[in-house]
Design a protein around this ligand. Structure first.
Ligand code: ZN
Length: 147
C-alpha cells in the first residue's frame, strides 16, 4: 500500500505518530484519520505564524515520541487526554521564543481560536512547549485547562 508522509507544507505524519504507530501506518494497518484533520490544519496555521515548530522529533533522532497522537496503552499523560483522540499536540517552537507565544496566549487568545484551536494547557505548567487542542468546548474564548 502506498502511503504518504507529507500532510501539509510543514507537517508530516511522523511528527504526529510514535514509531510503532508510524510503522503500522506505513504497512496500511493504521488509518491517518486517527489524527483529527482540524489539528493538522491548526498546527499548520501555528507554524505559519510562529515559524519552525517541532512536535515529535524521533524521526530525526530526537527524544520526543508522544507529543502528537498517544495510543491507549501509552503511560504518558492523562487517560482521557485529547492526545489519545488525535486532537492535541505539544508544540516546541524553534524560531519564536516560548515567552513571546505565551504572551499571545494570555493577551491575544483569539489568535489561537482563529487558527482553529479550542483549548490550551495553562502555560505556567508547560514551560518550553504549548499544548493546544481542537474539539468542542462551551466557551467562545480559548479555554485554559490545567494539565
Ligand atoms: Zn499535551
Amino acid at each position: 500500500m502506498q502511503t504518504i508522509d507529507r500532510l501539509t507544507k510543514h507537517l508530516a505524519v511522523y511528527e504526529y505518530l510514535p514509531r510503532r504507530e508510524y510503522e503500522l501506518y506505513k504497512s496500511g494497518k493504521l488509518p491517518i484519520r486517527i489524527i483529527d484533520w482540524r489539528l493538522i490544519r491548526a498546527d499548520e496555521a501555528f507554524i505559519q505564524r510562529y515559524g519552525t515548530t517541532l512536535i515529535n522529533d524521533w524521526y530525526f533522532g530526537g527524544p520526543s515520541e508522544m507529543c502528537g497522537y498517544r495510543p491507549w496503552d501509552c503511560d504518558v499523560g492523562a487517560n482521557y487526554s485529547a492526545h489519545r483522540h488525535g486532537r492535541a499536540s505539544d508544540k516546541h517552537p524553534k524560531k519564536t521564543t516560548w515567552h513571546e507565544i505565551a504572551k499571545d496566549v494570555i493577551w491575544q487568545p483569539d489568535i489561537f481560536l482563529k487558527m482553529g484551536f479550542a483549548v490550551v494547557e495553562n502555560t505556567d505548567k508547560t514551560l518550553g512547549w504549548f499544548h493546544l487542542e481542537v474539539g468542542q468546548q462551551n466557551k467562545n474564548t480559548l479555554q485554559i485547562v490545567n494539565p
